[in-house]
Design a protein around this ligand. Structure first.
Ligand code: BJW
Ligand code: ZN
Length: 253
């Protein structure tokens, strides 16, 4: 079935999900690349996505950077340029509004590195996979934020020790920032509803948070035009685009 003819989620499922969200006391939202798709930012694994034609390991791994730092750096710098030119979409804004409506009872956990949640008004989402806007020195480990795009065609030199800097993101085989992951885990343990938006749920340990929510048997909602491997286990799998489903139907209760 093509997207154009997709009827989207049933009105009954939307209404039930909306009611559950309105009544939930501690909400956790986990987002992935799909939430930024409607801002024009390609996802990783969809056709035409960032890795179409590349193997993930060729770009997002420490080995790839060691082999060809200029190539990997260039890919990230190009992404910085695209994200800088993009704008948050209605889905990002709907989550920022939900956070404002539920002070202290809402945790946003994102796998995205684009910073669009913050630009939409979300306050310090938990960034599991780092940020495009963070640089980390491969020598002394110091980190700095830089919003310039484009920055440089080659990896910059560390202002402190002159070793080369790398993107401040989490590559395959690397550990997630420990404090961030612990906070995300604790939030899922305390949640009474988990909403999962725009992730294929293929990458661990982030996908483990979704597994844990299902195991806890709390209400779970997926928003994704393509049902994922965990859709069956969700209370409601809403098949639709985040920018359509979230603002108008789910979060406005
Ligand atoms: C829409 C939409 C619209 C489209 N609206 N939706 C357990 C089992 C198996 C493997 C492992 C395991 N534990 C660990 C591993 C290894 C590995 C892993 O998970 N591999 C799997 C691929 C099998 N994990 C790791 O290596 C992690 N580290 C780790 O585990 O450390 C411990 C360790 C150390 C040493 C040895 C062993 C273990 C690190 C993972 C880091 C992931 N990094 C990346 C790159 C970040 C930097 C960058 O951006 O370049 O993170 S990979 C990439 O995938 C990126 C994303 O955050 C992540 C998730 O992708 P996401 O967001 O789900 O995007 P897509 O494209 O996959 O899906 C988009 C979805 O949107 C689709 O479903 C669409 O349908 C949907 N969509 N339009 C709503 N409008
Ligand atoms: Zn340094």
């Amino acid at each position: 079935m093509t997207q154009e003819h997709d009827p989207g989620p049933s009105p009954a499922a939307l209404e039930a999900a909306r009611t559950a969200l309105a009544g939930a006391r501690r909400i956790v939202v986990l987002t992935g690349a799909g939430i930024s798709a409607e801002s024009g930012i390609a996802t990783f694994r969809d056709p035409g996505g960032l890795w179409d034609g590349f193997k993930a390991e060729d770009l997002a791994s420490p080995a790839a950077f060691a082999r060809d730092p200029a190539f990997v750096w260039g890919w990230y710098d190009a992404r910085r340029v695209r994200v800088a030119a993009a704008k948050p979409n209605p889905a990002h804004r709907a989550l920022a509004a939900l956070e404002r409506a539920r002070p202290g009872a809402f945790t946003l956990v994102t796998q995205n590195v684009d910073g669009l949640h913050q630009r939409a008004g979300s306050v310090e989402p938990i960034e599991l996979h780092g940020s495009l806007w963070l640089l980390r020195c491969t020598g002394c480990g110091s980190e700095r934020r830089d919003l310039t795009a484009p920055l440089t065609p080659l990896p910059p030199a560390c202002p402190r020790c002159r070793a080369i800097e790398r993107p401040g993101v989490v590559w395959f085989g690397e550990f997630l920032p420990e404090e961030a992951f612990l906070r995300a885990e604790a939030a899922v343990e305390a949640a009474d509803l988990v909403l999962v938006v725009g992730t294929s749920n293929l990458v661990h340990p982030a996908a483990g948070l979704v597994v844990r929510a299902i195991e806890r048997d709390i209400p779970t909602i997926e928003v994704n035009p393509e049902p994922t491997r965990y859709a069956e286990g969700m209370t409601w799998a809403l098949a639709g685009k985040a920018g359509v489903v979230l603002p108008s139907r789910v979060t406005d209760g």
